[in-house]
Write a protein that binds this ligand. Sequence first.
Ligand code: NAD
Length: 482
Amino acid sequence: MIFGATGDLAKRKLYPSLYHLFNKGKLTKRFAVIGVARRPLSHEDFKAHVKDSVLTSIGSNDNIDEFVSHFYYQAHDVTDSDSYMALKKLADDLDGEYSIDGNRIFYLAMAPEFFGTIAEHLKSDGLTDTSGFKRLVIEKPFGHDLPSAQELNERIRTAFSEDEIYRIDHYLGKEMIQNIEVIRFANALFEPLWNNRYISNIQVTSSETLGVEERGGYYEKSGALRDMVQNHMLQMVALLAMEPPIKLTTDEIRSEKVKVLRALRSIKDEGIKDYFVRGQYGEGQIDGKSVSGYREEHNVNEESNTETYVAGKLMIDNFRWAGVPIYIRTGKRMTAKSTKIVVQFKDIPMNLYYSMDKPLAPNLLVIHIQPEEGITLHLNAKKSGQGMETTPVKLNFSNKSVDGMNTPEAYEKLLHDCMRGDATNFTHWDEVALSWSFVDKISDIWESTKDTGFPNYEAGTMGPRAADELLAKDGFFWWPVT
Ligand code: NAD
């Protein structure tokens, strides 16, 4: 059951992903999807909507009629028990018709204020009372801060146990995010070096060129810290920094990630300015076109202090990472759309090839998350010709050129994982709670200091100058991401 079936997420991501799974034979014929949303639609209207979503996004129509024949619709008011009774009736009928054995996945793809209400009704109106498995997939944001996340969690836990809850962080479905642990733990070249003896710093950048578009109202209450850092950025850091799990099971991997989040140095009060920088874009140029500043966007307060950019220095106070800064930055209206991780290795103990005008470049491992997917290793080699001059060389691996095809969308993998009952690439409550408690300390201070000097970066740039200074005072600089 997809709650929010006429929404943007369902249209752009969920239906195309289900269609891919169907065509790849990863869905048996024994499935039915009930779209649940407010507006009245017939089953036929809804099938046409799903068909249109798939055609718009994928452009292919192999088996499309057979695919959409599995879709049904239920007009629904999420606060009204009668709606749930009718939904239960439809679900029970389809269960018999398709021999689904009572297995149910409830996907909440709608505004988060309804998550708790829906979960409670699913239980009180008997939808979770089923002979098969029951799973709840829940979209971000999971709360607004730790207290609201706790409250939401308590409400959904009345109906679902922790191992039945699949909290989506779609970054965890991305091919190269899943590759982080393989790169680390399957290579003799990296595994022994992955610590404070050989790594000088790590940089994680997730930049967008888009502004807030139509989401001004939502973004005003969120900002980059809550929208990106609390979930995606901290998840990437946890995967980069975790200890090798003893086995590749959901529990073992999550437990190692949780330990990283517990070891994050907590930043308090005045100290925040030494570790975190916030920014808001002003007007500028993107791809040669003038764009307006954040405060001029639709549904945004003209004196808004909402941050559209965050840079931070994270310290993980454990044996492996003591002394190694992990820098993160994310923002809107930046120079390029790019998510990349740069691991900078320490300089070798003595440089035989040093000359005043040309120091040796450090070795870098760059993990390209999106839009490109791949790895680049930056090494030094001999410049061909006379003498022993060095030159930087790059070893490149690109996923696309190897597979010769686009890798599956994150949502496709995550939906399939949920159907198979694999929660590894979803966030456990402990991860959510630790991330919020880290982020809350920063947002508390930022919300109480209104003199922000915003806007402080021009659209089309890589963020405010203070973000460069954050690294410069440690003797580093941001490696370019374009
Ligand atoms: P949307 O506004 O496009 O869709 C909302 C859906 O909820 C519609 O189908 C609407 O009919 C339904 N709905 C609203 N109120 C209802 C009510 N009272 N009773 C029954 N149905 C009701 O939202 P969206 O962009 O699809 O986002 C859905 C969720 O996914 C949100 O939590 C959002 O944060 C999250 N999300 C969206 C995207 C995206 O790309 N759109 C990305 C990541 C996360």
